[in-house]
Ligand binder design. Structure first.
Ligand code: ADP
Length: 155
């Protein structure tokens, strides 16, 4: 069976933590679809088009990774792609409660779809998109935490 994983997120912005998860996932799954959620209710800093463009630019060299935008129920999007895995990254205990609930509810709605977690690497486990947005808004240098083309967006 082809293992097709959907990695959903807001990616506002894409960070080195997300990149690490995708890179490691390429060794486990046949195909990875990075699914950029519209997330209009979160009023993202970057538009969905900009977030998709960032992800496409950064993952361009990985042949089994594609990037798509989505604005549907996640399990419906997963099925529409003939995928069978939802990939999520886990940073700390604080991520666990929400992720566990999300995985449980998605499993109830789509029993054939499994959620798989990859633990954050030590080097990137403290990186969060929301803290990056705060640092950048105050004029701080975020180039330690994001790919160069993402850091460029704030220059
Ligand atoms: P969402 O709005 O769905 O939380 P995010 O873009 O914040 O979207 O995160 C997408 C996924 O990446 C989530 O599974 C999140 O836990 C994971 N993630 C975020 N930052 C990191 C990181 N530094 N290391 C590993 N996984 C991460």
């Amino acid at each position: 069976m082809t293992r097709i994983a959907v990695y959903p997120g807001t990616f506002d912005p894409l960070t080195n933590g997300h990149v690490d998860i995708v890179n490691r996932a390429t060794r486990i799954f046949d195909e990875i679809i990075v699914a950029v959620a519209e997330s209009a209710e979160k009023q993202p800093h970057f538009s969905a088009d900009e977030r998709v463009a960032m992800c496409r630019a950064v993952f361009n060299g990985l042949k089994n990774v594609t990037v798509e935008r989505f604005d549907a129920l996640l399990v419906d999007f997963v099925k529409s792609k003939n995928a069978n895995i939802i990939l999520r990254g886990l940073r700390a205990l604080s991520d666990f409660d929400f992720e566990f609930q999300l995985a449980g509810m998605n499993h109830s709605m789509a029993p054939d779809v499994e959620t798989v977690f990859i633990p954050a690497s030590e080097a990137t486990s403290s990186i969060s998109s929301s803290i990056i947005r705060e640092i950048a808004a105050m004029g701080g240098d975020v180039s330690l935490f994001v790919p160069p083309m993402v850091a460029e967006k704030w220059r």
